[in-house]
Write a protein that binds this ligand. Structure first.
Ligand SMILES: NC(=O)c1ccc[n+]([C@@H]2O[C@H](COP(=O)([O-])OP(=O)(O)OC[C@H]3O[C@@H](n4cnc5c(N)ncnc54)[C@H](O)[C@@H]3O)[C@@H](O)[C@H]2O)c1
Length: 264
């Protein structure tokens, strides 16, 4: 499954799933550009270099098209044209019922989680098409399937990712580009370990595997989707959730979860 000779670009690579994806892609042979709003992403670039691959760093906000253009251009100058794009940067900005969610919180989550992926794809897709090969992996969430209590902006942004993914496939599959969405359940990252313990434990109890997922498990799925072996997988939405979605109807409608999540 070698990715040798390919250039990958991973957003949100300072930590969590994005950092692990950058390292696994490098271990599979890709040179990797890493992007984050946090300068700590430099450490991921250093870890990629330690694996023996070329790395490039750009610190920018994926929601800002001008910053995206400038930052991607910088990575391209360092590493060459982008073959693999992993749209992983994402935020949970606000946990509140709709009536108490501010317009600003709604707009920010949509801007980062959905428009960020759109901005990045716009920046690289034509050059992938010109070279007749490209891989785009968008990180959605199982929350896209069933909605998420008190997280309407997040759930809507992650559902939007599915429409974005399928449309890229319709428009670009004939150019040798695949675009797939992965839908993680609860994965052990800073985003999740910062959650109140009772929420996390409740979610684990709803997961048939009865555990959190590991970032490495998600990163290996990303690396597979980035490879030639996954060339006929296109426009898909792949849950990686230990079966959590099978109980999804119940998640967030359980009384104790609802009460906790409503706490200001
Ligand atoms: N961890 C989970 O259980 C889980 C579940 C489902 C989906 N996801 C999704 O997986 C992705 C990664 O999640 P994670 O748990 O590793 O989160 P994380 O918070 O640990 O990492 C997200 C990274 O994105 C970066 N980022 C945030 N806003 C940005 C912006 N505007 N521009 C550039 N970078 C930005 C952050 O600085 C951070 O480094 C997210 O899209 C998240 O929604 C995570």
């Amino acid at each position: 499954m070698s990715l040798e000779g390919k250039v990958a670009l991973v957003t949100g690579a300072a930590r969590g799933i994005g950092r692990e994806a950058a390292l696994v892609l490098a271990a599979e042979g890709a040179d990797v550009g890493v992007v984050d709003i946090l300068p700590e992403v430099e450490a991921t670039a250093a870890a990629v270099a330690k694996i023996g691959r070329r790395s490039g760093t750009a610190v920018f906000d994926v929601s800002d098209p001008a910053q995206v253009h400038e930052g991607v251009e910088r990575i391209r100058r360092e590493l060459g044209p982008i073959d693999i794009l992993v749209n992983n940067a994402g935020i949970v900005n606000n946990v509140a019922p709709i009536a108490r969610m501010s317009h600003e919180a709604w707009q920010r989550e949509l801007a980062v989680n959905l428009s960020g992926a759109f901005n990045m794809i716009k920046e690289v897709v034509e050059s992938m098409a010109a070279r007749k090969w490209g891989r785009i992996i968008n990180v959605s969430s199982v929350g896209a399937l069933g909605g998420l209590h008190n997280q309407v902006a997040y759930a809507a942004s992650k559902a939007g990712i599915l429409g974005l993914t399928k449309t890229v496939t319709l428009e670009y599959a004939r150019e040798g580009i695949t675009c797939n969405a992965i839908l993680p359940g609860l994965i052990a990252t800073p985003l999740v370990t910062a959650m109140p313990a009772e929420i996390r434990e409740g979610a684990v109890a709803m997961t048939p595997a009865r555990r959190l997922g590991e970032t490495a498990e998600v990163a290996h799925l990303i690396a597979f989707l980035a490879s030639d072996r996954a060339g006929f997988l296109n426009g898909t939405e792949i849950p990686i959730d230990g079966g959590m979605r099978l109980n999804f109807g119940a998640l967030g409608s359980r009384r104790e979860v609802r009460e906790t999540w409503r706490r200001p």
